[in-house]
Ligand binder design. Structure first.
Ligand code: ZN
Length: 206
């Protein structure tokens, strides 16, 4: 599962997802189509793509959703009420927001082996979750980024990758793209994600 955006003012990952969806996508080489083509038989990977979890925030160029909640503090994993009145407002209760409820239902149904979530602009792949470290280091090398545990200001509360790690047991990676992402970078990043999908599909990273 590849999620292009959760913070509305961090648009680069949406462009990467668009490149993954476009004709001639690097995913064409790795995704199982159900047809007996050689590539599908080799990897048997299904890749789910979500352009944005926060379309309201994206429309306004804001980190938070239309109700002023930071969706990446609203998931029910180590959730804590915090940041009211700031752009890191957790919301009044865990999973109070429709965007969070919706994506949790999808993820619980799909049970992805890995969840990748794109942010900006720290230019790093976060390897905070131990089960995700190997895949995170591999992906970071292909993205041309460093890999290290990033965390939050203090302990993290209510993030999507925390929930995917704890509740789904998934590889859960936060990808922090740089501030400036050129077209060539988008294509390289899409190719790196396709390559990781193939790598995971061959059973590596477990
Ligand atoms: Zn972010």
């Amino acid at each position: 599962m590849v999620i292009g955006q959760i913070h509305g003012n961090e648009p680069a990952g949406v462009r990467v997802v668009d490149a993954l969806m476009a004709p001639g996508s690097p995913l064409d080489e790795v995704v199982s189509t159900g047809a007996p083509v050689e590539a599908a038989a080799r990897t048997r990977v299904a890749v789910w793509l979500i352009r944005s979890l926060n379309p309201d925030g994206a429309r306004r160029g804001r980190r938070v959703n239309a109700r002023g909640v930071d969706l990446n503090r609203n998931f029910p994993a180590a959730w804590a009420r915090q940041g009211e009145g700031t752009t890191q407002w957790s919301g009044p209760t865990a999973s109070s927001e429709p965007e969070v409820i919706g994506v949790m239902a999808s993820l619980a149904k799909i049970r992805p082996h890995a969840v990748l979530v794109m942010h900006q602009d720290y230019a790093v792949v976060d390897t905070s979750h131990p089960r995700s470290r190997r895949a995170g280091r591999v992906l970071a090398a292909w993205l041309g980024l460093p890999a290290r545990p990033v965390g939050c200001a203090g302990p993290c509360h209510g993030t999507l990758t925390q929930w995917a790690d704890q509740a789904l047991g998934a590889i859960a990676l936060t990808i922090e793209l740089p501030a400036v992402v050129r077209r060539a970078d988008v294509l390289r990043d899409a190719a790196a994600i396709a390559r990781l999908s193939s790598w995971l599909g061959t059973g590596q990273g477990r």
